[in-house]
Design a protein around this ligand. Structure first.
Ligand code: GUN
Length: 284
């Protein structure tokens, strides 16, 4: 069994982005990311701080818009429209979840698809389905980088995704399909789940249940990618996979923390760089 080092793969992506950013700067282009956060959700504040830090690390311009909980839909919409029009902002990200009185769908639909570095806009979701995309949603894109880092060829393999969210499960299945895996999406209503997961050469767990995947659900030598971020019975951070119980059965496995987590922001940096290049007429 080998542990996939998400921190190392993530660092390599950021170094690549930083190098390209330095080259763009010589042409007078500085990629710019606007991050909107509404309210005081502590987890969101940590994510946003980490996104800003990453921007600084790779050499981007970043601007944070921390709006009060009392912000109205009209105010939020007006900000997105203003950012759509700004030449120095190439990427716009509205941190989710939004406070209950605000409609995240309305905000996502307003973001210019060319600046939608989360790839949540229906136009970008559609391009992913077709396989003709500029941006990939950050978490599934990060998972693909991790799978590539193992050297395992996805082509022809049986891949099983547990979870069907718009942000992870569904696009994850598409990306695996684009690389010619035979893909099955499973979820909370799937019957005889273990019979399906036991056939997986590649298993991606994104169901949001602590230590849900156990050794008896795995094929020997499977590649296991754990997208989960949960707390166990002792309050300790853990994934959707029971790491200790399954690790000797896998060929490769991602830990939690230190697996998929670090990749997500690196892929956001990659998307922002791509957005800046395209908006400046440079091929992404
Ligand atoms: N909240 C949790 N994950 C994400 C993400 O990837 N993008 C945004 N905008 N909000 C999130």
């Amino acid at each position: 069994m080998a542990i996939i080092d998400g921190k190392a793969v993530s660092k390599a992506v950021r170094e690549r982005v930083a190098k390209e950013t330095a080259e763009l700067k010589e042409k007078g282009i500085v990629p710019g990311l606007a991050v909107i956060i509404v309210g005081e959700d502590p987890a969101s504040q940590v994510y946003v701080r980490n996104k800003e830090k990453a921007c600084e690390e790779v050499g981007f311009y970043s601007e944070k818009f921390a709006l009060p909980e009392s912000t109205t839909q009209e105010e939020l919409n007006a900000l997105v429209k203003a950012l759509n029009a700004r030449k120095d902002i190439n990427g716009i990200l509205c941190q989710l979840p939004l406070p209950k009185h605000l409609d995240d769908k309305e905000v996502i639909n307003l973001i210019d698809p060319a600046k939608d570095v989360d790839a949540f806009h229906p136009v970008n979701v559609g391009t992913i389905m077709i396989g003709d995309y500029n941006f990939l949603p950050c978490t599934p894109a990060g998972v693909m980088e991790l799978i590539h880092s193992t050297g395992v060829d996805v082509c022809g393999k049986k891949a099983v995704v547990i979870g069907r969210s718009n942000i992870v499960g569904k696009p994850m299945a598409m990306l695996l399909l684009h690389e010619n895996a035979t893909v099955e999406i499973t979820h909370s209503r799937t019957q005889n789940l273990a019979d399906i997961t036991k056939e997986a050469d590649i298993l991606v767990a994104a169901i949001g249940k602590a230590k849900f995947v156990t050794a008896d659900m795995l094929k020997d030598g499977a590649v296991v990618i754990d997208v989960g971020m949960n707390r166990d019975e002792n309050g300790k951070l853990c994934g959707d996979v029971d790491f200790e119980a399954v690790k000797d059965k896998c060929s490769f496995i991602t830990p939690v923390p230190g697996g998929v987590g670090p990749m997500t922001i690196s892929m956001l940096m990659q998307n922002t760089l791509t957005a800046a290049k395209i908006q400046n007429g440079i091929n992404g």
